[in-house]
Design a protein around this ligand. Structure first.
Ligand SMILES: C[S@@+](CC[C@H](N)C(=O)[O-])C[C@H]1O[C@@H](n2cnc3c(N)ncnc32)[C@H](O)[C@@H]1O
Length: 203
């Protein structure tokens, strides 16, 4: 997906992916990662998701990356949190206590920036990308993430070729991540014409 595609969605307010409430799978399954309160959690392609607030309220140090500047500003305006904004290499950082939302391209992240991450939460990130980009995304995550990290991943399966969101099969999740992670299906549910699936990826 080109950057302009996402910028246009945000500027036109076509953000049906944004959930008004914290994601129910996050609440149900997060404890399966067995992380400690202060552990750092990475939220790729985070939009202005309220899930980051939930993770922060659990005591985690949250690092989100989002391409669109308005999404980052909206996150702080809507949450009531006050950010200090500053330049980081290739990114603009919006930081408050225990939360750093960096605005820029996920694919430009460096290994150093994620060196102390212990957990990752992916809801609507992998499934937001077309097939060739999903491979690039998984490879980049694998390159960036330190040993011992655990990932909670939510995918969707349905019969529609166009996206986003894109349908991602269990076979694809395995083939993208199994070289590095043990892949375990934790649960999921049918929602209308689509199957939602929750995965735990761990070393
Ligand atoms: C489908 S939305 C999901 C947002 C969020 N995870 C949620 O649950 O609401 C995908 C988000 O990824 C952002 N995005 C797309 N490509 C990106 C990239 N290369 N780097 C950082 N963010 C990106 C888009 O602007 C959009 O906000």
């Amino acid at each position: 997906m080109e950057h302009d595609f996402w910028h246009q969605k945000w500027s036109e307010g076509r953000i049906g992916f944004h959930q008004p409430e914290v994601n129910a799978y996050l609440v149900s399954y997060w404890e399966r990662l067995c992380l400690a309160g202060g552990d750092k959690v990475f939220v790729p392609l985070c939009g202005k998701s309220k899930d980051m607030l939930w993770l922060r309220d659990r005591g985690h140090d949250v690092l989100g990356v989002e391409l669109n500047p308005s999404a980052c500003l909206d996150f702080f305006a809507e949450s009531g949190l006050v950010a200090e904004t500053g330049d980081a290499v290739k990114f603009i950082s919006h930081r408050c206590e225990n939360l750093n939302l960096i605005c820029g391209d996920f694919f430009a992240l460096s290994k150093e920036s994620l060196a102390d991450v212990k957990g990752v939460y992916d809801r609507a990130a992998l499934v937001a990308l077309p097939k060739d980009m999903r491979a690039d995304y998984a490879n980049k995550l694998i390159e960036l993430l330190p040993k011992g990290v655990k990932i909670l991943l939510v995918t969707l399966e349905f019969d529609r070729p166009q996206g986003p969101p894109f349908s991602v099969s269990g076979e694809e999740v395995n083939s993208l991540f199994e070289p590095r992670f043990k892949v375990k299906r934790l649960g999921g549910a049918v929602d209308g014409d689509r199957q939602e699936v929750v995965w735990l990826l761990s070393d």
